[in-house]
Write a protein that binds this ligand. Structure first.
Ligand SMILES: [Zn+2]
Length: 377
């Protein structure tokens, strides 16, 4: 038995997730692959990346435990254009699309352009989250296509692999149609469904799949990903890794933002709020809400929550996230020893849910400032 891959980390394209890698490797070695897997776990931890890598390994002409990267199959996989590996995602429904149409047949040129660009981005970076305008679900014609394709034997006498990314996006009718295939899967087919929202999926689908849980990534794994793959400077990567809550995708989203500016807004919001100058607080609120972008306000509130969480942790001499803001945090604790920080954290939480519920955002932030002020002494 080859054992070298059990000691070193196999499949370096996928960050961490060693337990899952070994599980899949063992299944391959023993020749006992299930017909259908469900990769579930938090967003951005590599479920799609693992599905694609596993497909690459299974299709590689060498038949080994790692994909060679140079054979015909690997070359095709590099652009996700292997004839026996189908990536299935949410897509728009074309005009006048009917039961006989393939999933792409009735899409407009613009839609196809977007599909191609997104699939290519996914091929280049398996952590890329495919996002196509008007694609609200995995549509029935994508599943009909699977039902047409699955029974055919593969070109290379290997498996036909269907990767259903974000399978929670299956519509009800799609899920029920897929179920028929999962109940009687053709022998040479492998289905890999991925989801961050397992609870939203049909029980009947779940029961047909071997379920594999993915854990959040460690800070060091995320940091390594950011420095090695995204060229983020080590110190910045360390901070992002801490803010990302175990999700590499989330950490990368944060790299694109003016995170430092946003964190500075948080610090100013706290300073001005505790000082009680409401006009000054208003200026920060204007700054945070000037683009009327709810995502940005939510991120601001998350960062604010992390700041107060740090204040709580620091008071108990624990490990803080905003390492570079230790000084203002210490000053805050020293000055407001009676601050009810758990209550402030609850206020931040409530504010986040109000932003999601479309309440007028400036009002949310003004109220929050008032609540913070009330809770510090
Ligand atoms: Zn190969």
């Amino acid at each position: 038995m080859p054992s070298d891959h059990t000691t070193t980390m196999p499949w370096p394209r996928v960050l961490g997730q060693k337990r899952v890698k070994l599980m899949l490797l063992n299944a391959k070695r023993s020749g006992r692959l299930h017909h259908a897997y469900l990769f579930h776990g938090p967003e951005g931890v590599g479920k799609d990346a693992m599905a694609i890598e596993f497909a690459r390994v299974l299709q590689c002409d060498t038949g080994g435990e790692v994909a060679c990267g140079v054979c015909d199959a690997c070359v095709k996989m590099a652009t996700l254009q292997h004839p026996d590996v189908h990536l299935v995602t949410a897509l728009p429904v074309g005009k006048n699309e009917d039961a006989g149409d393939g999933p792409f047949d009735k899409l407009t040129q613009d839609e196809m352009k977007s599909v191609r660009a997104e699939y290519l981005a996914k091929a280049e970076d398996p952590y890329h989250r495919v996002s196509i305008p008007r694609a609200t679900g995995i549509k029935i014609n994508s599943i009909r296509d699977i039902r047409r394709e699955a029974p055919l034997s593969s070109a290379g006498k290997k498996r036909r692999i269907f990767i259903l990314s974000n399978a929670d996006m299956l519509t009800d009718v799609s899920a029920n149609t897929l179920l028929k295939t999962l109940e009687e899967p053709p022998a040479h087919c492998l289905f890999i469904l991925t989801t961050s929202y397992r609870d939203e999926m049909l029980q009947t689908i779940l029961s047909r799949c071997q379920q594999i849980r993915f854990d959040p990534l460690s800070e060091s794994q995320i940091q390594e990903g950011l420095t090695a793959r995204d060229g983020v400077a080590a110190e910045h990567a360390a901070l992002l890794a801490r803010l990302a809550g175990g999700s590499y995708a989330r950490a990368r989203e944060l790299t694109g933002d003016d995170l430092m500016g946003e964190r500075n807004n948080v610090l100013e919001f706290v300073r001005r709020t505790v000082a009680g100058h409401s006009a000054d607080v208003g200026k920060i609120i204007d700054l945070v809400t000037d683009e009327k972008d709810r995502t940005r306000v939510t991120r601001f509130l998350h960062l604010l929550l992390l700041w107060f969480r740090d204040a709580l942790v620091l008071a108990r001499e624990g490990r803080i996230i905003n390492i570079d803001q230790r000084e203002p945090l210490e000053r805050f604790i020293a000055r407001y020893p009676k601050a009810d920080i758990p209550a402030i954290l609850a206020d931040c939480d409530r504010a986040i849910s109000l932003v999601e519920r479309n309440v007028y955002i400036k009002l949310i932030l003004y109220n929050l400032a008032g609540q913070v002020k009330a809770h510090i002494s």
